[in-house]
Design a protein around this ligand. Sequence first.
Ligand code: FAD
Length: 454
Amino acid sequence: MPQKVNMPERDPQIRRRDFEQVNAGYSKEEMLAEAKRCLQCKNPMCAKGCPVEINIPGFIKHLVKDNPSEAIKVLKQKTNLPAVCGRVCPQENQCEKSCILSKKDEAVSIGNLERYAADATVNIEDNISIKKNGVKVAVVGSGPAGLTCGGDLLKLGYNVTVYESLHDTGGVLRYGIPEFRLPKKVLNVEIEKLKKLGMKIVLNILIGRTKNIKDLFDEGFKAIFVAVGSGLPIFPRIPGENLNHIYCSNEFLARVNLMRAFDFPNYDTPVRSGKNIVVVGGGNTAMDSARTAVRLGANRVKLVYRRSEAEMPARLEERRHAKEEGVEFITLTKLVRFIGDDNKAVKAVECVKMQLGEPDESGRSSPREIAGSKYMIDADMVVLALGVRPNPILPSLTKGLNINSHGHIVIDENHMTSIPGIFAGGDIVGGDTVISAMGMGKKAAKAIDNYLKK
Ligand SMILES: Cc1cc2nc3c(=O)[nH]c(=O)nc-3n(C[C@H](O)[C@H](O)[C@H](O)COP(=O)(O)OP(=O)(O)OC[C@H]3O[C@@H](n4cnc5c(N)ncnc54)[C@H](O)[C@@H]3O)c2cc1C
């Protein structure tokens, strides 16, 4: 079997000082060599590992013939955001994990090939003829769930209006995931294509406050898809967490990504660039925060995580990239308190060492404190990336909308909530990846169509 073709990456010593994309993309020759590794299985396990069941051998077959325009048509049957998924999906836990080659060798680089097909066809318009039915559907939230559901409904003929509370579109894809992983011009192209298909996007409207669900029904929307995501940060609730220069990752990343603090003086968004930074957490958000802090000029960035690296939820590639860029991993360590200086700014964190015990309800070994192992780490800035909870505003202000004990909106098998005509999907119902949000958006679009046809 020919060797896997890795995607070229920029030199860590250079890329750690800018926000340009890390993965450089395949050349045509590299793409062809990698596409030819696909065995074109009759019963492709890779497609079963994909939450939206993309016909993976189908699109790769066209790439083998150097025909990205046909490859993208196969991809677009199942995904409205291939350039995004090719860059940020955790393929190693999904399609690539199920690739038959991974049993004995390295899996086909499905994500890299998807990215190639999308990038090579960036200037080709979606040539779809849509027969409008005049029925209005509202989508709340412009993240991957909302954009996918809205895009599918547009193609089915509906008039779709997406309401977004922020001043720009994309949800986490814009405010969370940094430019060096997902350039915003890539996201803009995907969103522009949806707008050209007729998607109306209204920014700066917080549904629940600026207007509510009843107003939307009164304005003639026949169904509503709620995709408001999980943006409520979790804090550790330990002494000192209100000290200055302690950020939650959402705020830190939104300042840099959404409000482009890295692009001074074009954007005058204030953000602290500490020199000795501690980032707490082990997910994608923690990696993004640590790598962003490196790029803003920190001398040392230490990533503190209470389990071992094997339990970290962050993508393998992000962990490798973070280490290459100089992020120091301090695992099996938990924060106990923050120590402040006379100006009430953080100057150190007190930690305790941990050991792993029996698996908890998440299936991962539960960490336990080692008695007498407390120690200090100096820090002039801390970023907390301990996870997020569902955005509570719309659910808490919508009478009759059932919510479970985690704050997720409760849905039935058709993504319908406890209120007829209101559907929900994405992180607000319990997803945690871009592709699962998109998968739910697709399923909900079909269900909304069935509901409205009845
Ligand atoms: C920093 C970070 C990095 C990540 N990296 C990855 C990754 O590499 N790969 C991966 O698969 N997943 C990743 N994830 C997770 C992934 O981004 C989410 O699972 C996904 O974005 C969820 O999509 P969504 O559409 O449900 O919600 P979101 O993307 O959160 O979008 C929800 C949108 O709704 C808007 N909104 C909220 N309330 C209202 C309201 N009341 N009215 C109007 N609008 C409202 C919000 O402003 C937001 O724009 C990451 C998450 C973070 C935070």
